[in-house]
Design a protein around this ligand. Sequence first.
Ligand code: RB5
Length: 146
Amino acid sequence: MLFIGADHGGYKLKEEVCNFLDKKGIEYNDIGTYSEESCDYPDIAQKLCEDVVNNRAEGILICGTGIGMSITANKVKGIRAAVCWNEFTAEMAKKHNNANILCMGARVLENEAAIRIVEVFLDNKFDSGGRHSRRVGKISEIEKKC
Ligand code: RB5
């Protein structure tokens, strides 16, 4: 299951990403926002993160820069949100960091670049076992302690 959300700054790019997912036949749940009317990114991030955790799913969050969404998302237990700005960072976010949320900045990325980032993020898997599992495990330990 894939969830997608954006604030007003990311709304138009979210629509582009949804069109891409439709074309690819990838199922998703669009949790809003549904217009360019101003809204607060933490509200969208919190709702999407709860859906991702409760459904052991993945998510895409878009705001102006990707930063506000990622800061908020990483407050939620079980979330590993990564701001990605090209295909390489999207690949690494999944392979090395086991990111379960992709954050993007609509005011930073061209639509075509954002779509390629989404494709790479969805196509890659965590390199589990070995050093990456150990490191991501340490992140979970910090989360438990703090
Ligand atoms: C909204 O103007 C903007 O601050 C927001 O989309 C995001 O970039 C925050 O990090």
